[in-house]
Design a protein around this ligand. Structure first.
Ligand SMILES: [Zn+2]
Length: 131
């Protein structure tokens, strides 16, 4: 948390794990492509975007892995960045972050829920807890 301004503590359970997986992949990608020890501005922007999407995902904790999800919630340019980052960092994850990588592989085997349950999003639950 200290190296950039993203606050992943708003996420619960599997969504937080998923965020950590994305963050780890972006870090690998950024280090190798943007030469920054910390994350560069562009990658921080990408992670903030990913965090917002996880927070608002209508599936909430039932969220399928993004690859299998029937809802395409990323804007075209972020989707393209995501694809490039995943393709580069995905294979390296098993070596750098084996537990996150295996969890993600297992999550990819779960059946995709047909329809999100109402009010399942992390954001919705968060707002409820604030009241
Ligand atoms: Zn970067």
């Amino acid at each position: 948390m200290s190296d950039h301004e993203i606050d992943a503590s708003v996420l619960i359970g599997s969504l937080k794990t998923e965020y950590k997986t994305i963050e780890a992949m972006v870090k690998i990608y950024c280090k190798d492509h943007h030469g920054s020890k910390m994350l560069c501005k562009e990658c921080v922007d990408f992670l903030n975007y990913a965090l917002t999407k996880l927070d608002r995902c209508p599936y909430g904790e039932e969220k399928p892995t993004c690859k299998l999800c029937p809802i395409h919630c990323y804007k075209a340019d972020y989707k393209e960045r995501s694809r490039i980052i995943m393709r580069y960092s995905g294979p390296k994850m098993l070596y750098h972050h084996p537990i996150l990588a295996i969890r993600h592989l297992v999550a990819g085997k779960k059946p995709v829920p047909v329809k999100p349950a109402p009010n399942a999003s992390n954001r919705h639950k968060r707002k409820l807890n604030q009241q």
